[in-house]
Design a protein around this ligand. Structure first.
Ligand SMILES: *[C@@H]1O[C@H](CO)[C@@H](O)[C@H](O)[C@H]1NC(C)=O
Length: 337
């Protein structure tokens, strides 16, 4: 197999990732339907030879088997990934790691939310995530810790609300809010609204002011478990928090599926895979792109101060063909998909 030029692959990946990550906000209505649509169009590209070449049967699954979790007296952060589909949830997940780090609380890792809850470790390697910060899978938290430390009657739900708002915190109203918590049989006994920002936008040296602000309002002694209505993180992810992406590695089962697809479609020959977001909804969303600093996940494509163009958001057919042709020629690809 001809190994494609890394920079080109990276650029394509970049494009694919941008497009993937940009999706969900626009069409968050019907998860199941949209996910099925996406599936047909998604082409997987993987530039990590280590992952690429490894036979999944040879990999050790360390996990947390055999060791029961112990209670962290520094507290927990739990939330519903209730905004958008996978890409949005992933971006907010990175910011949520930063939030938990800033407060030195254990992050209760939520399942991904599709039309159901999908445990984190079905998609990603949990043992990699453990290198980022202290974490516990939500399934394990509920099984091992909640019965003794977070029992029904003690469950506080936290919502951000504007100051002086007469709105009420509603943790479980609507979908996916209700079904997400219901899957764990969680009801809230009391609701707490907060008005300070939960967005950690600084680097680690700025954590202490943030920590102090939160801790003075919500000391861990009275608020051991923050259960947030939504991710305590911005969308798109703050650039400082992108670094946590390195701890998200696809699970072996996802990778073997990917490799099986690649093998079946391309028989080990070089290929270029493109994920084009070119439906009507996207066309429409891109009408708002021109001249903006920011549209969904666009910051990852822009240099500081650079503005978006419609062409970046929704490339013309000739420009797609031209770029594709250049990449195909460069790596002598046998397939375009
Ligand atoms: C953070 O929490 C851990 C326990 O999970 C504790 O050992 C450590 O001392 C804490 N760090 C700070 C700065 O409080």
């Amino acid at each position: 197999m001809i190994l494609p030029d890394q920079t080109i692959i990276r650029r394509l990946l970049y494009l694919a990732v941008l497009v993937l990550i940009s999706f969900p906000l626009v069409t968050s209505g019907d998860d199941q339907q949209n996910d099925a649509d996406d599936e047909e169009k998604v082409i997987f590209i993987n530039d990590d030879e280590n992952v690429f070449g490894v036979d999944s049967k040879n990999q050790l699954n360390v996990g947390s088997a055999g060791k029961l979790p112990v209670w962290d007296p520094f507290g927990y952060v739990m939330y519903c990934p209730c905004m958008g589909r996978f890409g949005n949830q992933a971006e907010q997940f990175l910011g949520s790691i930063a939030f938990a780090k800033a407060l030195n609380r254990t992050l209760v890792v939520p399942p991904w939310r599709t039309y159901k809850n999908v445990p984190y470790d079905e998609f990603f390697k949990y043992e990699e995530l453990q290198k980022a910060h202290k974490v516990i899978l939500m399934e394990e938290f509920m099984e091992y810790l909640a019965p003794s430390h977070w029992q029904p009657g003690q469950r506080l739900g936290y919502c951000w609300l504007p100051r002086n708002s007469d709105q009420k915190c509603q943790m479980k109203k609507g979908s996916p809010f209700g079904p997400f918590w219901d899957a764990f049989n969680i009801d809230f006994d009391e609701l707490v609204s907060y008005h300070v920002s939960s967005y950690v936008s600084g680097s680690e040296k700025d954590f202490s002011a943030f920590h102090e602000e939160w801790n003075s309002q919500f000391p861990v002694s009275e608020h051991p478990v923050f259960a947030f209505k939504g991710a305590p993180a911005s969308f798109p992810v703050h650039p400082e928090n992108r670094k946590y992406h390195q701890y998200m590695k696809w699970s072996d089962s996802i990778m073997s599926e990917v490799n099986a697809h690649i093998q079946q479609l391309f028989h080990g020959e070089s290929f270029v895979g493109i994920h084009l977001r070119n439906g009507m909804d996207w066309d429409r969303a891109c009408n708002h792109a021109e001249g903006r600093h920011n549209l969904m996940a666009s910051p990852q494509c822009l240099e500081r101060g650079q503005l978006l163009t419609r062409g970046m958001c929704y490339p013309t057919t000739p420009s797609i063909l031209e770029t594709t042709k250049a990449v195909v020629m460069k790596i002598q690809a046998k397939h375009v998909s």
